[in-house]
Ligand binder design. Sequence first.
Ligand SMILES: Cc1cc2nc3c(=O)[nH]c(=O)nc-3n(C[C@H](O)[C@H](O)[C@H](O)COP(=O)(O)OP(=O)(O)OC[C@H]3O[C@@H](n4cnc5c(N)ncnc54)[C@H](O)[C@@H]3O)c2cc1C
Length: 483
Amino acid sequence: MNAPPEPGYDVAVVGAGPAGLAAAVTAAARGRAVLLLDAADRPGGQFWRHPPTPPDGGGEDGHGRSGWGTFTALRRALRDHAGRGRLAYRPGQQVWLVTRDEDGFLIETTPTHDGVEPLPGPARARRLVLAPGGGDRHLPVPGWTLPGVMAAGGAQALLKGQRTLAGRRAVVAGTGPFLLPVAAGLAEAGAEVVGVWEAGSPLAWTRHLPAVARVPAKLAEGAGYAAALARHRVPYRTRTVVSAVLGEDRVRAVRRTSLDATGTPRPGGTEVPVDLVALGWGFTPSLELPLQLGAATRVDADGSLVAAVDADQRTDVPGLYAAGEATGVGGAALGVAEGTLAGLAAAGAATDTAPARRLRATIRAHRAFARAMHLAHPVPAGWTRWLTDDTVVCRCEEVKCAAVRAAHDELAAGDARTVKMLTRTGMGWCQGRMCGFATAALTAELTGHRPAEAELRSTASRPLAAPVPLCELAREARLFPST
Ligand SMILES: Cc1cc2nc3c(=O)[nH]c(=O)nc-3n(C[C@H](O)[C@H](O)[C@H](O)COP(=O)(O)OP(=O)(O)OC[C@H]3O[C@@H](n4cnc5c(N)ncnc54)[C@H](O)[C@@H]3O)c2cc1C
């Protein structure tokens, strides 16, 4: 599975999650030479994240995990194509830069940890499928920098990937269906989950019943999680948020506050003791690589910047395709359908066939469901009301809410980029991955206009997609033509 990389693949795929795996095996099945690069050590992405390999090297148990049969089929195909020399799978490789010339794409990688062999140089491919997924979307709340506060996805990743429970007495709060598997997972693993606090109201789904009816599997999945929560007697509250995290050197309690019908916190609240706070406000697609190549974008129903693609998952950059969360947050099944279509198109196979039309129908149904989900579970309009002057917005640069407000009120910053320049939000280690959404939303409230696509592009653009050692940069003299 790990033959040395050849200069010149027909198709390279970045990301071995549901979308990238499907794209890679589909292109390989059409006889193309495929390179599959992934930062993780094992295939599956966020959805099919693995527990650690047992010391005896035994197999893992996917029992009860959603779509596990699809995953094992994709993994079998991956091994099969790799065994036949059609597909080079390179786990543990972070892609930090992609560029394009007349022959195709050049892909720069760096190993994600010791023990992974670096590739001998940039990989080259005529066509490129980007399936980098996304990450948790964060909203600041007073006290969220205390140990014991985690993104819901982070708490779940610890559980799935390390079999580690991040606390004993937990609250899972935020908005969207993703809160359910996180709470169910924590409860199944033995945590006392004091509640799932949903900022929205599931009744909002009733405005989107036709879209829901098109994806019955999602209803079944939701019902499964609801049953797990009922089994563990986890209370589910709507229009409820964590409006402050309390504690001195770690989380001691949270303040539970209800929201009015406009999404504004009501005064007061109740103190609830917990030692783990898992906050989930949806996901933010990873757009670094599409933006490095100048691909066109659009703003999705949840306000996220996403890659714009046509009916074959083609971006407006010749030879470049995108699939999965990068084209809009919508779930693993959507990722598999988009990845399969992207794999077909990138391999140069016909896409006016009945199977391709069926894939498009699946994509349309899942996109309609995702849109309904985004509209039913918005970030509450009044979320900034729970911020105090002292609330940290940018954790890396320790920029507080007062500084962001002062950038607007006193220094006339009129957009998120100017706020960033004046306050250093988003200039630290994470390059705005954590605070980018909050800074844009806070600025939008201060200025009274929603961030335009150009503004989102400027805050999501990162010249390097990941931190790299300086020696890696030094190796690539072609990146510095004037030196
Ligand atoms: C933390 C988290 C937890 C989630 N849990 C659930 C859940 O319980 N239930 C549910 O229905 N949905 C869940 N989702 C959503 C679900 O994971 C996605 O819908 C689905 O996995 C999307 O598939 P994808 O292939 O687009 O991306 P992903 O599954 O995110 O896969 C992307 C892959 O690309 C790799 N990658 C990214 N950037 C680079 C790079 N620069 N270089 C190399 N590799 C790169 C990543 O390592 C990853 O393996 C979760 C999402 C997140 C972020």
